[in-house]
Design a protein around this ligand. Sequence first.
Ligand SMILES: [Ca+2]
Ligand SMILES: [Ca+2]
Length: 201
Amino acid sequence: MSRHLAFALVLLLSGCAQIEQSARDALDDARPTTYETSQGESVRFALGAVAFGDRVARFAPTVSLAPAYSDPSQAVGAPDYGTDRCRSGDECYLTLTSGGTVVVEFTNNTLFDGPGDDIAIFEIGPDIEATTVEISVDGRDYLPLGRVEGASALLDIAGRGMPGAQYRFVRLTDDPGQGDSGGSTPGADLDAVGAIHAERR
Ligand SMILES: [Ca+2]
Ligand SMILES: [Ca+2]
């Protein structure tokens, strides 16, 4: 074997090893994992970290806030409040602002109606500020699911929508009539949105 050919073979094999490693990492993220809400509820996600929102498709706050509370990326991925810190040294999360709206999109998973609760909204603090939750298959037509508030972070899709539907969008709107409308973080403080019943895509 020429030296060039041997070198090419080594490159090829190390490339394969890298691809295999990233496939393994992706699978590891999908292991069943239990996360605890700020309100003290333990929720099991069969797809682990993969079951959480992947990108923010739209964020429409009603006022502008400090960067620690207005970075949409803080609302995607698995819950990490208490473990991540911003450059400012503060804890970071996405504050919806009074009456503000965010649309979280799943790109590597979907959400569907399984037995019991289907969706979990991870909000910071002992009491969830009242937030309207809607879901959508296509990001255009939304299905109202109800509200999360107080100690209740979970909602069930049962009895709503088309049987077998796979949802990819979650729209959250802070209720401007409830909670503080002033201060540095007015409205619901969001850490993560998770699909309890999720399928990979
Ligand atoms: Ca995901
Ligand atoms: Ca259900």
